[in-house]
Structure formats: structure tokens, C-alpha cells
Write a protein that binds this ligand. Structure first.
Ligand SMILES: [Zn+2]
Length: 221
């Protein structure tokens, strides 16, 4: 009888598997991505946001794992393997802009959430992207306005006024087997935004909004 109770408890536990999220830091120490006007690397911004976000997601009782970010030469292929064994793959980045827009740099700011229509779970990816963007707007963040500009490297399709863009060829999004989104938290090539995004209170507020968005999109899975 006792064994039966233990067995059924174990069965119950295994059926109540928590929704799992994988967080990707996007870059490594060696391949650090964009650089702020104060010489801070995108990698350091991404790392700080991933750590903050991890804490907020855990507080919502979801499983969260990180793509290792201490490996200097993690290839895109290795990074993408993590997108195959989760309920949601979230890649965190911080943005820059093409040199043509440098004269306007003080006006280029805001977040963007990208999805790829080539991802096998595109509808779920889009749901999660919309949920995250909605929570970011509610938290007072603004969406970026230049990814739809008619310049080389941009021309992304705006799918949702709240800041969701389609970027079909983004490798981590199109090759992940799970639903996947990529969030550009803000534009660190803009000096005032680079400073703002270093503030702990701002990071906490953004991470909280993203975790709420993830929790919202789970309900639609
Ligand atoms: Zn990046």
C-alpha cells in the first residue's frame, strides 16, 4: 500500500512538469556584439538581463535554463541545440543601428521582439512575442521605430504595433524546434539609453515585464 502511494505520488509529480524556458545570452565574451558609446559590450548587458530575468521567471515557478555563456566560442549550431528541448526559447540582445542613422542616434531607442515565420511553432512564437511586447509597453517601455526603415539591413515587417517584427532568417529563431522569440531590450548605441539600461531599477522592471509576458503566453499554449 505504501509502495503504491509512493508510486502514484511519483506519477503525479512527473505529470505536473513545469513549463520550461531557455534563456540565451546571444553572444559571448569573445564575440560580444554591439558596443555602447561608453565601451560597454552588448554581451555584458545581455548577461545582466539574463541573470535578472532568470530570477523573475523562477519566481513564477517556471523551469528556466541558460544556454552556457562562459564558453568563448559557442557556435550558432551549439546555441540552437538548446532550442530543441524546451517550451520556449528566448534570446536576449541589445540593439545598435546602421551607421547611416548615426546622426539621429539620440532618437533611436526602444525594444523590439522578433519572430521567424520559418520556425515550426510560428503561431506560438508570435503569441509569446505579442504577450511580452504588451507587458513591456504596460511597464512604460517604448518600441523601436527604425527596424521598418527602408535601409540596408532593416526593412523588417512590423507584425504588431506593440513592437513585434518578422525576421524570418534569424538563425536561432528559424532553426529552434520549440517556439522562439528574440528580444532586443533597447538600443545601447544611443548614449542616454545605454545609461538608462544600466540602472538596476530599469533592469528589474523590464525583466519583470518579460516574465509576466511569458506567463501570459503559457496560458495560450
Ligand atoms: Zn546581439
Amino acid at each position: 500500500m505504501k509502495i503504491l502511494a509512493i508510486l502514484s505520488a511519483a506519477l503525479y509529480a512527473s505529470s505536473a512538469v513545469a513549463f520550461s524556458v531557455i534563456l540565451d545570452t546571444g553572444h559571448t565574451e569573445k564575440h560580444y556584439g554591439a558596443v555602447s558609446p561608453f565601451n560597454k559590450t552588448e554581451f555584458s548587458y545581455n548577461q545582466a538581463m539574463v541573470t535578472t530575468l532568470q530570477r523573475h521567471i523562477l519566481a513564477r515557478k517556471l523551469d528556466v535554463e541558460l544556454v552556457p555563456n562562459t564558453q568563448p566560442d559557442l557556435t550558432l549550431q551549439q546555441r540552437m541545440l538548446y532550442g530543441n528541448k524546451t517550451d520556449l526559447f528566448v534570446s536576449i540582445h541589445h540593439d545598435s543601428f546602421p551607421p547611416e542613422l548615426n546622426a539621429q542616434r539620440e532618437n533611436l531607442s526602444g525594444f523590439s521582439v522578433f519572430v521567424s515565420q520559418k520556425n515550426p511553432n510560428y503561431p506560438q512564437s508570435l503569441n509569446c512575442a505579442r504577450a511580452v511586447a504588451t507587458r513591456l509597453i504596460q511597464a512604460g517601455e517604448r518600441r523601436s521605430r527604425y527596424h521598418e526603415s527602408d535601409i540596408e539591413g532593416e526593412r523588417k515587417t512590423l507584425l504588431d504595433e506593440r513592437g513585434v517584427y518578422r525576421y524570418d532568417e534569424l538563425a536561432v529563431l528559424k532553426n529552434a524546434r520549440s517556439p522562439a522569440i528574440l528580444i532586443e531590450i533597447g538600443v545601447i548605441a544611443n548614449p542616454s539609453e545605454a545609461k538608462r539600461l544600466e540602472r538596476t531599477a530599469v533592469k528589474e522592471q523590464i525583466a519583470k515585464a518579460i516574465s509576466l509576458g511569458i506567463a501570459d503566453c503559457i496560458k495560450t499554449h
